[in-house]
Design a protein around this ligand. Structure first.
Ligand code: SAM
Ligand code: DTB
Ligand code: SF4
Length: 351
C-alpha cells in the first residue's frame, strides 16, 4: 500500500473528483503519516505555490444572543458563556476595522453575525458593509446563518465574493451537536449561495468528540458536493467553558494534521484554511498543517469571540518557515474573482 500510494502521488493529476467513496477516504486517513503528507504535498504543489499562505481577517459584526444551540458556540443563547449579546455594528466602525485589516496585509475580510438567519433590514445594512469593504479593494466574505435564495441573490448583487456556511461535522454526528437546524438546512443554504454566483466557503470543526469515521464522512460530504467549496476551513474546536462541549478532550495534533492532508487531497484546488484553534497549537503542528496543504489562516488576535495568535507571533512563524502572504487574485472585467484557479501554477482539468 505505501508503495502504491507513492506511485500514485508521483503520477497524480489533480483532476477534480466528486465521486469519492467512504472506503477511499478512510484509506487516506489510515496511510502511514509520511505517505499521507507526501501525497498531500504533491497535490498541493500542482495547484499552489507551497510557500504562500492567504490571510483573512474576521470581525464579529453582531455578537451573541443566538437562538441556535450549536454545542460548541460561545454565542448561543442556550449557554452561559460570559459573551455579551450586542447589536449589529454601525457601518463606519466596520469600515474603520476593515481599513486597518487591509493595512495589516489581509486580502479577505470576513464579517460574522450570530443569527439563525438575517432579517431584511439587517441585510440592507450588511449589503452596505459589503459594498464598503469591496471599495477598499479586499475580497469580501460573510457568515450570517441560513439564507433564502432571494437573500443570497441580494448579497451577490452587493458584491459579496464568499459566503461561509459550514457543515460543521458528518451528517451522522450532526444531531449530537446541533438540534435547532438540520444538515439538509445547511446544504440548502449552500445551494442558494451557489445559485447566486458567489464562492462557497464551507468546512467544519474537529475535536468535538467525533470519530475518525465522522471526520472522513465530513470531508467526503464536502468533496462530493457538485462543486468543491472554493475555501474549506478546518477548525480545531476551541472548547468554550459553559458550552455543551466545554469539557471535550483535545484532539491530538497529528490527527488534526491528517484531517488537513485528506482535505487537501480530496479538494486539490480549494483553499484549505487552518482556522480556529491555532492559539492552542505549537509552531510545529501549524508547520505540519502547511506541509499537509493548508494555505490560508485568520490573522489577528481575535476570531469572533475567542483568541487567535497575536500578529507578531504569526509574523515570526511565517519568517521561520519562509512563508509569505498570498496576493489577491485578479478580478475580471465584471469585478469578479477569476474563479478559484487563479492561484494555480498549472492549469488542470476543469470541473
Ligand atoms: N451564525 C453563523 C453560522 O453559524 O452559520 C455564522 C457564525 S459561526 C460562529 C461560524 C462557524 O464558526 C461555525 O459554523 C463553526 O464551524 C465555527 N466555530 C464556532 N465556534 C467555534 C469554536 N468554539 N471552535 C471552533 N470553531 C467554531
Ligand atoms: C470558520 O469556519 N471559522 C471562523 C469563521 N468560519 C467564521 C469562526 C471561528 C470561530 C471561533 C470561535 C469564536 O471566535 O467564538
Ligand atoms: Fe449561532 Fe452560528 Fe453560534 Fe450556531 S455557530 S450558535 S448559528 S452564532
Amino acid at each position: 500500500m505505501p508503495d502504491a500510494a507513492i506511485a500514485d502521488a508521483n503520477t497524480a493529476t489533480s483532476a477534480l473528483r466528486h465521486d469519492w467513496t467512504m472506503a477511499e477516504v478512510e484509506a487516506l486517513f489510515d496511510l502511514p503519516f509520511a505517505d499521507l503528507i507526501f501525497r498531500a504535498q504533491t497535490v498541493h504543489r500542482q495547484a499552489f505555490d507551497p510557500n504562500k499562505v492567504q490571510i483573512s481577517t474576521l470581525l464579529s459584526i453582531k455578537t451573541g444572543g443566538c437562538p441556535e444551540d450549536c454545542g460548541y458556540c460561545s454565542q448561543s443563547a442556550s449557554f452561559e458563556t460570559g459573551v455579551k449579546a450586542s447589536k449589529l455594528m454601525p457601518l463606519d466602525a466596520v469600515l474603520a476595522d476593515a481599513r486597518a485589516a487591509k493595512a495589516a496585509g489581509a486580502t479577505r475580510y470576513c464579517m460574522g453575525a450570530a443569527w439563525r438567519s438575517p432579517k431584511e433590514r439587517d441585510l440592507d445594512q450588511v449589503c452596505a458593509m459589503v459594498e464598503g469593504v469591496r471599495a477598499l479593494g479586499m475580497e469580501t466574505c460573510a457568515t450570517l446563518g441560513m439564507l433564502t435564495p432571494e437573500q443570497a441573490q441580494r448579497l451577490g448583487q452587493a458584491g459579496l465574493d464568499y459566503y461561509n456556511h459550514n457543515i460543521d461535522t458528518s451528517p451522522e454526528f450532526y444531531n449530537e451537536i446541533i438540534t435547532t437546524r438540520t444538515f439538509q438546512d445547511r446544504l440548502d443554504t449552500l445551494d442558494a449561495v451557489r445559485q447566486a454566483g458567489m464562492s462557497v466557503c464551507c468546512g467544519g470543526i474537529v475535536g468535538m468528540g467525533e470519530s475518525r469515521t465522522d471526520r472522513a464522512s465530513m470531508l467526503l460530504s464536502l468533496a462530493n458536493l457538485a462543486v468543491h467549496p472554493e475555501s474549506v476551513p478546518i477548525n480545531m474546536l476551541i472548547a468554550i467553558e459553559g458550552t455543551k462541549l466545554g469539557g471535550a478532550p483535545r484532539l491530538e495534533g497529528i490527527e488534526f494534521v491528517r484531517t488537513v492532508a485528506v482535505a487537501r487531497i480530496l479538494m486539490p484546488q480549494s483553499m484549505v484554511r487552518l482556522s480556529a484553534g491555532r492559539e492552542g497549537m505549537s509552531d510545529e503542528v501549524q508547520a505540519l498543517c502547511f506541509l499537509a496543504g493548508a494555505n490560508s489562516i485568520f490573522r489577528g488576535s481575535r476570531l469572533l469571540t475567542a483568541a487567535n495568535p497575536v500578529e507578531s507571533k504569526d509574523d515570526a512563524l511565517f519568517a521561520k518557515l519562509g512563508v509569505g502572504p498570498m496576493d489577491l487574485p485578479e478580478r475580471d472585467a465584471h469585478g469578479h474573482d477569476r474563479g478559484h484557479h487563479h492561484h494555480a501554477r498549472v492549469t488542470v482539468a476543469a470541473e
